[in-house]
Design a protein around this ligand. Structure first.
Ligand code: AMP
Ligand code: MG
Length: 401
C-alpha cells in the first residue's frame, strides 16, 4: 500500500464504494434549491396551456391582413376571447390566448387603430407572434431527471408545471475533525509561537454547506492515540461520513491512520496527487472515512477532487465530477513530476481563447493560492508543458462557491 495511487484510479475506487442515501423528504419548492432530486419529474400539463400572444397588438387571420379590420373584441392577459368573426381583428395583450379563428398577431407598433378599425402595415405570416401551446413543455414529458442538484432555474421550471413540493434526498450529515495540538480557533485569542489558527475547519464546513450537506462539528482533536480513537468513534456513530484533517502522514504524532485501521479498515492511502499526497480513505465500522492531509491547500484540493465527488455520489448525484475545459498555459513545466499536479491558476479570456497564469507560490501551505486563483490546471505525472500548450483546467466556481 506504499506505492502512490494514480488520482483517476483512486477516484474510481472511492466512487465505486459510495453507497447512495435512500431516505427521501418532500420539500416545499422554496426550500428545494441545492437539494438532489430523488424522482424523475413528469409534467401533467402543457406549458403554455394555450396558443398565446407573444406581443401587445392585434390578432387576426393572416390572409385578411391587407384590409381594414374592425376591432371586434379585447383580450387582456388572464381573459379568454371568443371565436374571431371573419373580417375583424381582436385587440390582444402579451400572454393572452389567441382567439379561435385568428392565426397571427401583429405587434401594435406596426398597426394604426382609428375609430375602432385597425390597419396593418406590411405582410403577415401564419403563426407570427403566436407562442404555440406546449412550446416549452408537453404533458407527459419528463422535465427533470432524478440525481440532479436543483438549481434556481430548475425550481422555476417545477413551479411552471404547477408543482408545490418536490422529493429530494435527505442531506448527508458529515462530521469534520481537525487534528493537531498546534491549532487554535480563530476569534479565541492571540497565537503563541508554534500555534496557528484552525483554517481547515472553516474551509471544510463551507465546502460542505456549499453542496448542501450538514456539517457536524467534531472540533479540534489532540495528537493522542486514545483521544483520536474516541473522537473518531463518536463521530462515526453520529454521521454518514467522517472527514479529518491532518494526522495522516508518517510522523509519530500522526494518529489518525493507525486508529482508523484499529477501528475499521483503510482502503487506500497516499495518492499521486500534488498537493495532498497523504490522503487516506476507508471506514470506521460502517461509516465511510476520508482522512485529508493537514496543509490547508492540500485540504482544499483533495476535498474538491476526491471527497466532493464521493459525497455527491453518496448524496444521490448522477454526475458528481466537475466539467473540464482547455486553456493555453502561460507558464512552463520543465521537469516532469511524479504526481498529478493541481496547479492554482487564473484564467482570462485572451485573443486565442482561455489563458492560464500560474499563482506565484504553489506551496501546499499557501492558502492564498486558492483564494487568488479561479481554476486548477491539471498537470499529469510525467508531463512537461511549454508556453502556449493546451492544459486541462477545472473552474474553482464549479467546485466551491
Ligand atoms: P499534519 O499532516 O498533521 O502534519 O499537518 C500538516 C501541516 O498542516 C502542518 O503544518 C499543520 O500545522 C497544518 N495544519 C494541520 N491542520 C490544520 C488546520 N486545521 N488548519 C490549518 N493548518 C493545519
Ligand atoms: Mg498534525
Amino acid at each position: 500500500m506504499s506505492a502512490l495511487l494514480p488520482v483517476e484510479q483512486a477516484l474510481a475506487q472511492v466512487l465505486a464504494s459510495a453507497r447512495p442515501v435512500r431516505d427521501v423528504v418532500e420539500l416545499p419548492l422554496l426550500d428545494a434549491p441545492g437539494h438532489v432530486l430523488a424522482q424523475d419529474v413528469v409534467s401533467t400539463i402543457d406549458v403554455p396551456g394555450d396558443d398565446n400572444s407573444a406581443m401587445d397588438g392585434y390578432a387576426l387571420r393572416a390572409s385578411e391582413a391587407g384590409q381594414a379590420l374592425p376591432v371586434s373584441q379585447r383580450i387582456p392577459a388572464g381573459a379568454v376571447g371568443s371565436v374571431l368573426t371573419p373580417g375583424t381583428a381582436a385587440r390582444i395583450f402579451t400572454g393572452a390566448p389567441v382567439p379561435p379563428g385568428a392565426d397571427a398577431v401583429v405587434m401594435q407598433e406596426n398597426c394604426t387603430e382609428r375609430d375602432g378599425v385597425v390597419s396593418v402595415g406590411g405582410p403577415v405570416c401564419v403563426g407570427q407572434n403566436v407562442r404555440p401551446r406546449g412550446q416549452d413543455i408537453t404533458g407527459g414529458a419528463t422535465v427533470l431527471e432524478k440525481g440532479r442538484i436543483l438549481r434556481p432555474q430548475d425550481v422555476g421550471l417545477l413551479a411552471s408545471i404547477g408543482r408545490g413540493t418536490v422529493s429530494v434526498y435527505r442531506p448527508l450529515r458529515v462530521a469534520v475533525l481537525s487534528t493537531g495540538d498546534e491549532l487554535v480557533e480563530p476569534g479565541s485569542g492571540e497565537l503563541r509561537s508554534g500555534q496557528l489558527y484552525n483554517s481547515n475547519r472553516y474551509t471544510l464546513a463551507s465546502l460542505l454547506r456549499s453542496i448542501n450537506l450538514e456539517f457536524i462539528d467534531g472540533g479540534i482533536v489532540a495528537d493522542d492515540a486514545d483521544i483520536t480513537a474516541r473522537a473518531l468513534r463518536d463521530a462515526a456513530s453520529d454521521a454518514d461520513c467522517v472527514i479529518t484533517s491532518g494526522g495522516v502522514s508518517v510522523g509519530d504524532e500522526d494518529h489518525v491512520k493507525n486508529q482508523v485501521e484499529r477501528l475499521g479498515q483503510l482502503d487506500l492511502w497516499k495518492l499521486a496527487i500534488k498537493p495532498g499526497k497523504p490522503l487516506a480513505f476507508g471506514r470506521i465500522g460502517d461509516t465511510p472515512f476520508i482522512g485529508l492531509p493537514g496543509n490547508p491547500t492540500s485540504v482544499f484540493v483533495t476535498f474538491c477532487l476526491i471527497a466532493r465527488p464521493f459525497l455527491l455520489k453518496m448524496q444521490g448525484v448522477t454526475e458528481p465530477e466537475p466539467p473540464r475545459l482547455q486553456a493555453r498555459a502561460n507558464f512552463t513545466v520543465d521537469k516532469p513530476g511524479g504526481r498529478q499536479d493541481y496547479m492554482r491558476v487564473t484564467l482570462v479570456n485572451a485573443n486565442q481563447g482561455l489563458e492560464a497564469t500560474k499563482f506565484s507560490n504553489q506551496s501546499s501551505g499557501v492558502l492564498s493560492s486558492v483564494s487568488h486563483s479561479n481554476a486548477f490546471a491539471v498537470i499529469p505525472p510525467g508531463a512537461t508543458v511549454s508556453e502556449g500548450d493546451f492544459v486541462e483546467v477545472i473552474l474553482l466556481d464549479s467546485l466551491a462557491r
